[in-house]
Design a protein around this ligand. Structure first.
Ligand SMILES: NC(=O)c1ccc[n+]([C@@H]2O[C@H](COP(=O)([O-])OP(=O)(O)OC[C@H]3O[C@@H](n4cnc5c(N)ncnc54)[C@H](O)[C@@H]3O)[C@@H](O)[C@H]2O)c1
Length: 255
């Protein structure tokens, strides 16, 4: 029980994929507030945890709104009596943003990807830092990233840049606040089987053959890394990224 006694906020925790897997893992091991734009999803996730005896509360809000992000953090503090862990899950290549090469990219589309992948993370981290600094013991922050943050991301330039930004933020936060008991790390996924990514766990396709382990990743595998990075077991990991990609990023042109 690596998170016993830890109070966590999972932003985007009501989903069917990685968010839900993180929520389930945190609910079992600690106390959690589940924030999501879809109130029904957050409530359903919380109901499942409460049935198992967990301490869990739902909060709804849109990460594109600064007020909502600050309300999520304040709501978690109020419901849990403090905050020890912040996890940011919301993100992705938004479905209505066309996948185009950079010379065709519209400013508005770039901004949309920024809003749901990086701008809110800074705001949530800033709000959490203020809470952590005010209480004894500091806190941990984990962001769900992607291999697109350190590999080329054709037709997803903005997504890649924003995910790269998570690691930069993690490094700076860790450098600025490690002495206060605060650290931030990233759990970066490769091809993970989720409904949002429109990839079934048993999905085939020629590109699955490009994954050295020969299959897609599971949301639970990403959640396991998030729990590890959030817990005291990883206390010496500071401003880093754990990559869960089945070996994709290790491949060169002849492997
Ligand atoms: N699925 C993959 O293959 C994959 C791979 C690498 C990284 N990731 C990353 O994992 C994270 C989760 O992706 P997922 O596909 O598992 O999704 P998910 O199933 O975890 O769903 C994310 C949740 O975020 C919520 N959400 C969406 N927009 C929101 C908003 N504006 N405000 C508040 N909540 C909002 C959704 O309602 C949903 O419940 C993302 O950051 C994504 O970039 C996914």
């Amino acid at each position: 029980m690596r998170l016993t006694g830890k109070r966590a906020l999972v932003i985007g925790g009501g989903g069917a994929g990685i968010g839900r897997a993180v929520t389930d893992a945190f609910g079992v091991e600690g106390a959690v507030v589940v924030a999501d734009i879809d109130a029904a999803r957050a409530e359903e996730a919380v109901a499942g945890l409460q049935e198992r005896g967990a301490t869990a509360y739902p909060v709804s809000g849109d990460v594109r709104s600064r007020d909502d992000v600050e309300a999520m953090v304040a709501g978690a503090v109020e419901k849990l009596g403090g905050l020890d862990v912040l996890v940011t899950v919301v993100g992705g290549q938004v479905a209505f943003v066309p996948a185009v090469k950079l010379h065709e990219m519209a400013d508005e589309d770039w901004d949309t990807i920024y809003e749901v992948n990086l701008r809110y993370v800074m705001r949530a981290v800033r709000a959490a830092l203020r809470v952590f600094l005010d209480q004894d013991g500091g806190g941990t922050i984990v962001s769900v990233g992607s291999v697109t943050g350190f590999m080329a991301a054709p037709q997803q330039a903005a997504y890649g840049v924003m995910k790269a930004g998570l690691l930069s933020l993690a490094r700076t936060v860790s450098a600025e606040y490690a002495a206060d008991g605060i650290r931030m790390n990233v759990a970066a996924g490769g091809a993970i089987a989720t409904a949002v990514a429109n990839t079934a766990p048993d999905a085939g396709g020629e590109w699955v053959g490009e994954i050295p382990v020969g299959r897609l990743g599971r949301s639970e595998e990403v959640a396991e890394a998030v729990v590890y990075l959030a817990s005291d077991v990883s206390a010496y990991i500071c401003g880093q990224q754990i990559v869960l990609d089945g070996g994709v990023s290790t491949r060169g042109p002849f492997s």
